[in-house]
Design a binder for this molecule. Structure first.
Ligand SMILES: Cc1cc2nc3c(=O)[nH]c(=O)nc-3n(C[C@H](O)[C@H](O)[C@H](O)COP(=O)(O)OP(=O)(O)OC[C@H]3O[C@@H](n4cnc5c(N)ncnc54)[C@H](O)[C@@H]3O)c2cc1C
Length: 296
């Protein structure tokens, strides 16, 4: 199906884009990679009268290290992250998420910022980045502001973004070594959205877990953290008994709904299985072992 008619703008600066958003309000939509918005327009689920294409804005591309943070422009594509040496070295959990998102064509166009702004409950980026210290950089009429990711996404397909605001970048804390992370996803077929996914980020102090973050994707209306499981592991060596109890707590933290991808019981079961796989890979990486992305 063809989308409904719309007017198209291609501003060259963030200020021009913001002025257009101010002028057209809720009738306007930002277009980034178009990999979520255009299908929705074709299906007539979305029908913006004005499309503001941000792809020609200078300064929204690229990825760089700023002190102990990785900063990505809003036009950073999934493929940019998958191919980044900086990400591969310090944030392999992000490399996993990038490589497990969709297919090559979507990864070449879709942006990480677009995925966060879209806030699909089954999106890979909200889940993977929630296990990290992630901040969303936002520009609006009153200037720029920063929102921690756990506050930025407020519900399914709903973020804190006001009608006249744009995501301009994403900043991620680089974990202190020795550290390792992994993102594991179960999908019905290659390139599909997750039935369930888990991210684990661990910092080690000898044999003990100095820091642990566990995130859940497609297991509730938004990506979420398994705080009780994190607390159980923090400050302890991950013994088999402790990991078994942590897996149970991860399952408790899951609030899945039944849909064509599976029942509540099935998804909750997956949460425990994926947690164990993600934890094992994150631990291996924290100990300096190479682990390829896991395709369950
Ligand atoms: C076949 C297919 C398979 C897919 N599989 C997966 C998958 O396995 N996992 C997964 O996570 N995703 C998947 N996706 C979605 C894909 O990852 C999208 O790229 C992503 O969700 C949105 O990024 P985008 O840049 O394409 O955003 P767009 O489609 O351009 O925009 C999406 C929404 O975000 C808003 N937006 C975009 N950028 C900004 C910005 N800078 N500031 C403010 N608002 C903004 C838009 O207005 C729109 O509302 C799939 C898509 C397709 C077509």
């Amino acid at each position: 199906m063809y989308p409904a008619e719309f007017e198209y703008f291609a501003p060259r600066t963030v200020s021009e884009a913001l002025a257009l958003l101010e002028r057209y309000g809720d009738d306007a939509k930002i277009l980034a990679g178009g990999q979520s918005l255009l299908p929705m327009m074709k299906l007539r689920i979305a029908g913006p009268k004005y499309l503001i294409d941000v792809n020609r804005i200078d300064g929204l591309n690229g990825m760089r290290r700023e002190g102990d943070r990785l900063v990505m422009g809003a036009l950073c594509r999934h493929a940019d992250v998958a191919g980044s040496a900086l990400v591969g070295e310090h944030l392999p959990i992000m490399a996993d998420a990038a490589r497990l998102t969709a297919d090559v064509q979507v990864r070449n166009r879709g942006t990480v910022a677009g995925s966060l702004a879209h806030a699909d409950p089954a999106g890979d980026w909200p889940a993977a980045l929630l296990a990290l210290d992630t901040e969303v950089q936002i520009a609006g009429p009153a200037g720029t502001r920063t929102s921690p990711l756990h506050e930025f996404i407020v519900d399914a397909y709903t973020t804190q973004l006001e009608a006249a605001e744009i995501v301009v970048g994403i900043s991620v804390g680089i974990p202190r070594a020795p550290a390792g992370g992994a993102y594991v996803k179960f999908e019905k077929r290659a390139g599909d959205f997750a039935v369930a996914s888990i991210g684990v980020q661990i910092g080690l102090d000898g044999d003990q877990c100095r820091a642990v973050a566990i995130s859940l994707g497609a297991l509730g209306p938004t990506a979420t953290r398994a705080r009780a499981a994190e607390q159980l592991l923090q400050g302890h060596a991950p013994s088999p008994d402790r990991l078994q109890e942590a897996a149970r707590l991860v399952q408790d933290a899951a609030q899945p709904f039944a849909d064509t991808r599976g029942s509540v019981e099935y998804k909750r079961h997956l949460a425990g299985v994926l947690f164990r796989r993600a934890f094992a890979a994150a631990l291996d990486r924290a100990r300096g072992r190479q682990v390829e992305p896991i395709h369950p």
